[in-house]
Design a protein around this ligand. Structure first.
Ligand SMILES: [Zn+2]
Length: 167
């Protein structure tokens, strides 16, 4: 699976760093403000009041076509899931999964990225949807990525590729 490097266009001077060894989890999000990583990063950079920073919230973006773009280096602590920001890699999947599910290409990209990250970090990672986790948002009514995004489908694909998977 190919990952397109967009980090140069998505990094902000406000970005904070984290320790790679602290990463335990991959969190999937829905996002629909732009079609790709650079567009999403620009959208948040222009609206710093939303997250209290102009930083890009997602380390990766998966486009509608299932293209995987890396927006930030793993060592950047991106503001995507409140108390989870140090330990979780945020993946913004383009779409609104309260309404329709991810495309087959997007599911395949989610699983492929998870496998790649586990290989890169040499350990199994938890796979979760944003608002399925405790203290992952301050907005009590938020639903992310949405009921049409079947997280178990991603977990199963990662599992069938022979990796240990914990959930
Ligand atoms: Zn989210």
């Amino acid at each position: 699976m190919r990952i397109i490097d967009r980090t140069r266009k998505c990094i902000q001077p406000t970005d904070r760093l984290r320790v790679i060894e602290d990463i335990t989890t991959i969190i999937f999000h829905r996002i629909m403000v732009a079609p790709d990583a650079v567009g999403v990063a620009q959208w948040f950079a222009e609206r710093p009041h939303l997250l209290g920073t102009p930083s890009m919230p997602y380390t990766f973006i998966i486009t509608k076509m299932g293209i995987v773009e890396q927006a930030l280096p793993l060592k950047v602590r991106a503001p995507h899931a409140w108390t989870w920001n140090s330990r979780a890699i945020g993946v913004g999947v383009i779409g609104d999964f309260r309404v329709t599910g991810p495309s087959p290409q997007q599911y395949a990209a989610c699983a492929g990225l998870a496998v790649r990250l586990q290989d890169q970090l040499h350990r199994p990672l938890h796979i979760a949807g944003h608002t399925h986790l405790e203290k992952a948002t301050k907005q009590t009514d938020k639903v992310c990525p949405g009921d049409k995004f079947i997280i178990d489908a991603v977990r199963e694909s990662v599992g069938t590729e022979g990796r240990i998977i914990i959930s």
